[in-house]
Design a protein around this ligand. Structure first.
Ligand code: ZN
Length: 276
């Protein structure tokens, strides 16, 4: 892995890489680029050709060819390695253990995406879910589709392959690992509207659940997340496209703004849930 990294570093020029996505100007010995990570007209990102590094004097983003590709395209480090290796015509040293880990990670990502889709389809066909949303003025199908809003109503298990089958065990195992299904076999977010949080590459990395079942037992939390870190951003396009943001405490509040025509809105993970 480290050898591959060095080979790629030697083969790929930071100037070529950055020039492919933004304007780069050469002034004397220095190369200055219009920073792709913040809005500007005058170049303030300096490129260190010898060491393959960049630094933006405006937004202070800095690092090397690998992070540049990761940030710019929303990739993980191994994905950025693959991308750069392909660019430089380098064949990566195969690492079966790392490939296996990658494969498992991919399977988990697909399982989460499948759960999000299933919940969205469930909501579209549910009077219970849609009438709750209608009371809050949020039943517009395009809005619900755009943010992949869903409903967990305890039916996920019926739609998975049987536990006695290998594929059934595999997908249940993945959903359990993600926390979508608890050890008891129940869905964590049952009785809730659901909404996914996406990362920069468009992968679901967290899921929010808002209980809508009436007469909950006292002390039942109304707002739930999958176990693990609070990751991802709700309505990431808003952060990319707007300099001004409306920050809401929860996703349904944010949807209210969107449905009223304010697209530049995002949501924290609850009152004390404003993550990095
Ligand atoms: Zn910048």
């Amino acid at each position: 892995m480290d050898d591959d990294r060095d080979r790629i570093r030697k083969a790929v020029s930071i100037v070529d890489l950055v020039s492919a996505v933004t304007t780069v100007k050469k002034t004397g010995r220095n190369h200055m680029a219009v920073c792709p990570f913040h809005q500007e007209k005058t170049p303030s990102m300096s490129l260190d050709v010898a060491r393959g590094l960049y630094y933006c004097h405006g937004c202070h983003q800095k690092c090397d060819i690998f992070t540049f590709v990761q940030e710019n395209e929303g990739l993980t480090f191994p994905e950025a390695m693959e991308r750069l290796a392909a660019m430089a015509g380098i064949t990566l040293t195969r690492d079966p253990a790392a490939e296996k880990r990658q494969g498992q990670k991919r399977a988990l990502i697909e399982a989460t995406a499948a759960a999000v889709d299933f919940y969205h389809q469930t909501l579209i066909g549910s009077d219970e879910g849609l009438s709750y949303l209608a009371r809050r003025g949020l039943e517009e199908p395009a809005l619900l589709a755009r943010f992949r809003i869903g409903l967990a109503n305890r039916t996920l298990g019926y739609h998975l392959p049987q536990r006695s089958r290998a594929d059934g065990r595999a997908i249940r195992g993945r959903l359990a690992k993600l926390g979508v299904i608890k050890e008891t076999g129940h869905e964590l977010l049952r009785g809730s509207l659901t909404a996914p949080y996406f990362d920069a590459a468009g992968r679901v990395v967290q899921m929010y659940g808002r209980k809508i079942t009436p007469n909950l037992r006292a002390g039942t939390p109304k707002h739930l997340y999958l176990p693990g870190p609070r990751r991802g951003v709700f309505n990431l396009d808003a952060l990319r496209e707007s300099r001004e943001l409306i920050l809401c405490e929860a996703i349904l509040d944010a949807l209210t703004f969107v449905s009223a025509g304010y697209d530049n809105v995002t949501s924290a993970f609850g009152v004390n849930g404003f993550t990095e």
